[in-house]
Design a protein around this ligand. Structure first.
Ligand SMILES: CC(=O)SCCNC(=O)CCNC(=O)[C@H](O)C(C)(C)COP(=O)(O)OP(=O)(O)OC[C@H]1O[C@@H](n2cnc3c(N)ncnc32)[C@H](O)[C@@H]1OP(=O)(O)O
Ligand SMILES: CC(C)C(=O)C(=O)O
Length: 512
């Protein structure tokens, strides 16, 4: 007997982007969306079009590009929001409007300041309005995990009558526990007329570390869509991790009554891409995608695995995309192997020109490093992917001086809009001196929220990957830079963040 399909709805580009500091540019969203499509995700929630013109453009670009996944835009139960989302998803081959309103007593009374009856009317109106513009409408009862069951039944019955075809029951604040949440889904399916005509969806947050457990319990109770994100990214403690949901369902087919369409071999590439773009490292012990997820340290385990892999492994590393790399890349590699590996990693290169520049940089890196790993390529390509038009600032050259007892000095040459500028500064350390020197040219007035360095791979020749988070006028951006010299990586990351801050705006320093 063939199994029912479990719809995988990825919201990395929407709820994932709500992680403080994870905001993404249009180009970054497009790169991730292409990888999600390659992974055969069913629905890609690309953003919240009414949030800003930038997000509208990003959702529209995803809708124009993606052909094999449905593209969804989220909106409040508000005509203006819905109209904006309809416009953004219009170019999609398959588009969806996802509209929501809160249904819990605390949200209705304290946040919306609306009576339950008014919320019900707003929900009906929103779904009707959306259905006039598009055939595929999802309705979410925000904070359903703390909502009154009778009220949920009333509102859901009403929106189904208006034409909603997917009903989402979010545990918005991660309050539920698996048994209770599954029972909620079961009760709703039993009590609501025509419940078998809609897809039941779940969207779980991880405040108590139960997002995946709750989602899977709901699947056992009849949910057939799970909303999730790569690496579990998302508001506060995040959402259910896509890789964990998918691999639990695939590995335990003896338990689950459904199966996903996901190409699991694309999972690790997606995880590395999201980590590299957002600057959120994946913890080594993270299930499925952590560096240690398939590593065996202790003798008894190693002995067992050598005798029979399945003694300690319930999944095969290669099935989720680990160790897919059969070619070792280094300074003797050519363009063909370089291009092939990028393709395997889901990194699409827009033009031959970008490829040629990237290949030159790859060779430069290979001269400094013995072996080039996938992580190096992700970092390298993140540097290449900012379109040249948006690169107002460029690092031309740098010199650093540190001596015991002396304040470290940085001397830089930057190109600002094509004009070379020299800058020098001292600081409490070489990185501090570098940032001060850059600021003496850019005068961005931005606040440095985060500075972090990660060794991309092991060894003293490893590249350092630096993330710099800047904030200005309420906008928060992440910049990334990688180099075998971490001060250079820091300069690149700072400049990358500045370029994002000023993309689409006038240059930061009006004198330049
Ligand atoms: C659980 C979730 O993840 S929900 C999705 C969260 N995502 C976002 O918030 C996207 C980013 N948000 C934004 O850019 C802005 O908040 C906007 C553009 C959506 C709205 O901005 P503003 O109009 O300035 O409103 P603001 O954010 O201050 O307050 C939200 C308003 O929406 C109302 N509201 C909240 N949810 C809903 C809803 N689902 N339907 C209708 N109204 C809603 C609130 O009651 C509040 O109304 P009030 O101003 O009359 O008190
Ligand atoms: C809008 C919904 C789906 C949401 O993000 C939540 O409730 O957490």
């Amino acid at each position: 007997m063939s199994k029912e399909q479990l719809i995988i709805f990825d919201t990395t580009l929407r709820d994932g982007e709500q992680s403080p500091g994870a905001s993404m540019t249009k180009e970054e969203k497009l790169r991730i969306a292409r990888q999600l499509e390659r992974m055969r995700v069913d629905v890609i929630e690309a953003g919240f079009p009414a949030a800003s013109n930038g997000d509208f453009e990003a959702v529209r670009a995803v809708a124009e590009t993606i052909k094999d996944s449905t593209v969804a835009g989220l909106c409040r139960a508000f005509d203006k929001d819905i109209a904006r989302a309809l416009e953004a998803v219009k170019p999609a081959k398959s588009g969806r409007i996802h509209t929501f309103i809160a249904t819990s007593p605390i949200h209705m009374e304290k946040k919306l300041r609306m009576s339950p009856d008014d919320v019900l009317v707003a929900a009906q109106h929103a779904v009707r309005f959306a259905r006039n513009g598009i055939g595929d409408v999802e309705f979410s009862c925000e904070d359903a995990g703390r909502s009154d069951l009778d009220f949920l039944c009333r509102i859901i019955e009403a929106v189904i009558k208006e034409g909603a075809s997917t009903i989402n029951i979010p545990d918005t604040v991660g309050y539920n526990v698996p048994e209770q949440y599954a029972e909620r889904i079961r009760q709703l399916r039993e009590r609501i007329p025509n419940s078998d005509k809609v897809v039941w969806s779940v969207h779980c947050h991880n405040d108590l570390g139960l997002a995946v457990a709750n989602s899977l319990a709901a699947v056992m109770a009849g949910a057939r869509q799970v909303e999730c994100t790569i690496n579990g990214l998302g508001e506060r403690a995040g959402n259910a991790a896509l890789e964990e949901i998918v691999m639990a369902v695939h590995t335990r087919q003896d338990v689950f009554p459904c199966i996903t369409r996901i190409d699991t071999t694309q999972i690790v590439a997606a995880s590395k891409m999201v980590s590299s773009i957002t600057g959120f490292p994946v913890q080594p012990n993270k299930a499925i995608v952590g560096a240690n997820a398939f590593a065996h340290e202790s003798g008894i385990h190693q002995d067992g695995v050598l005798k029979h892999r399945e003694t300690y492994e319930i999944m095969r590393a290669e099935d989720v995309g680990w160790n897919a790399n059969k070619l070792v890349l280094g300074k003797h590699s050519g363009r063909t192997a370089f291009k092939a590996r990028l393709k395997e990693l889901g990194i699409e290169v827009e033009s031959e020109q970008v490829l040629n520049v990237a290949f030159t940089h790859f060779k430069e890196l290979a001269d400094k490093k013995h072996e080039i790993f996938d992580e190096d390529l992700h970092a390298l390509m993140s540097d290449e992917m900012v379109p040249p038009d948006d690169e107002h600032y460029k690092l031309v050259s740098s010199m650093f001086h540190s001596e015991t007892g002396e304040a470290p000095q940085a001397k830089l040459t930057l190109s600002a809009g094509g004009t070379e500028q020299h800058a020098a500064s001292s600081g409490s350390g070489p990185v501090d001196a570098t940032f001060k020197a850059i600021e003496s040219v850019a005068a961005s007035g931005s606040e440095l929220l985060l500075y972090s360095v990660n060794a991309i791979t092991t060894g003293t020749d490893a590249q350092g990957e630096v993330t710099v988070r800047l904030s200005k006028d309420g906008r928060i951006v992440n910049g990334q830079g990688a180099d075998t010299d971490i001060v250079v990586a820091s300069a690149k990351a700072y400049i990358n963040a500045l370029n994002k801050l000023c993309s689409g705006q006038e240059k930061l320093n009006p004198q330049l």
